[in-house]
Ligand binder design. Sequence first.
Ligand code: PLP
Length: 402
Amino acid sequence: TFANVQAGSTIYTQAFALTKAFQDDKSDKKVNLSVGAYRTDDGKPWVLPVVRKAEIMLANDETLNKEYLPVLGLEDFTNASTGMLLGSASKAIAEGKVISTQTLSGTGALRVAAEFLSRQMNFNTFYYSAQTWENHGLIFMNAGFTDGRTYRYWDSEKRCIDFEGFKEDLNNAPENAVIILHGCAHNPTGSDPTHEQWKELAQIIKSRKLFPLFDCAYQGFASGNLDNDAWSVRYFADNGFELLCCQSYAKNFGLYNERVGNLVIIVSDPSVIANIKSQLLLVIRAMYSNPPSHGARIVAKVLNSPQLYEEWKTCISTMAERIIKMRKQLRERLEALKTPGTWSHITTQIGMFSFTGLTPKQVEYVVNECHVYMMGTGRISMCGINSSNIDHVAQSIHDAVV
Ligand code: PLP
C-alpha cells in the first residue's frame, strides 16, 4: 500500500527547494544564489535575443509541423551539435566514428548514457568527483549501476584541485569503471584541470582501461569561448579514446526548460555503430519514445546559420563577461570589508558557480538571517548577483564569517 512509501531524500532537489523558499520569503533583501540559471543585472531571466529571433523564424515557417521526431531526434540538430563539440577539424567525425542522439537536456543525455553503459556494456562501477553536481549519483544508480564511488577532486583547505588525490584514485579504480568528468566549468567548484593535467588524466584512463564519460553542460561558460571550453573532450577524441559526452543547451542557450541535449558516442571501429544505434533506440523508445522538437529546432537553426551563430557567440560573451565582473566586484567588496580568510578563489574560479568555502553553519546563517539563499555546500551561482544586491551579499558573507 502507499503507507509503505518512505520519504525520499531531499539532497538531490535542494536547489528547487531553496528556490521555493526564496519565492515564499517576503523580505525585500532576499537573493537567490542557489539556482544555476543566468540572470541579467536587473535580476531577470534572459531569453537570448538570438533565440527569440530563431523562434520567430520557426513560427513563420509553414513547412514545419507538430508530428513526431524520430526516436534519435532531429538530425540537423544532432549533427550540428556534435560538430560544435568536436570542432570542424575532428578526425572522428571525418572517419564516421561518431554517433549522436538528441536527449532531454543534459540530464536526459546522462540517463540514456548510463542505461546504455549498464545494460549493453555491463559496466557497474562509476566514479564522480568529490564534490559534483548532486544528480550524477542518482542518475547512474537509477539506471542500473550499483557501485558509485568518488574520486578526490577538491582540496577545501587550499581551495584548489587535489590533483595528486585525483590521480591516485583513478590509478586505483578497477578496469571498466566509468569516470564521469566535467568537460569544463566544474560544478560546483568552478575549477578545471589544466591542459597538462588533462593529458596526465588521459594517460591514466588509458593505461588503467577506464571509460571516460564527459558531462559538458557549460560549453562557453568557462572561458566565454566555445572552442576553448571543448578542449578536454577534443583532446580525448583526437587521441583515439572511445568515449561518451553529454551536452546540454540549458545554460549556453538559456533553453533550460526546453530540455535540449545531445549524447555523443565516439567509437574506434565504425562497424559497431549500427548495433549501438539500435540499442539506443530501444533505451529511448522505452523511456520517453522520442524527444520534443521546439528547442532542438532553435539550436539547429542557430548552429547551422553562420550569422545567427555569430550572434549566439555574442550572447555567450555577454553572459560570461557579466559573471566575471560580478566575481571581481564580490572579491573586492569582501577584501574591503576585511572579511577573515582569502577571497582570491572567487576570481580564479570559472563558470557559473563559486565554491565560497563557507561552512554549513555559515551557510545556515546567510540563508536564515540574511535571506541569501545558497546551497548547503557553500556553492553560489554568480548569476544571481547583480549591482543592486552585491553589497548585501558581501555583507552577509562577512557577517557569517566574523
Ligand atoms: N551536468 C551538470 C554538471 C550540471 O550542472 C547540470 C545542470 O545544472 C546538468 C548536467 C544538466 O542540466 P540539464 O538537464 O538542465 O541540461
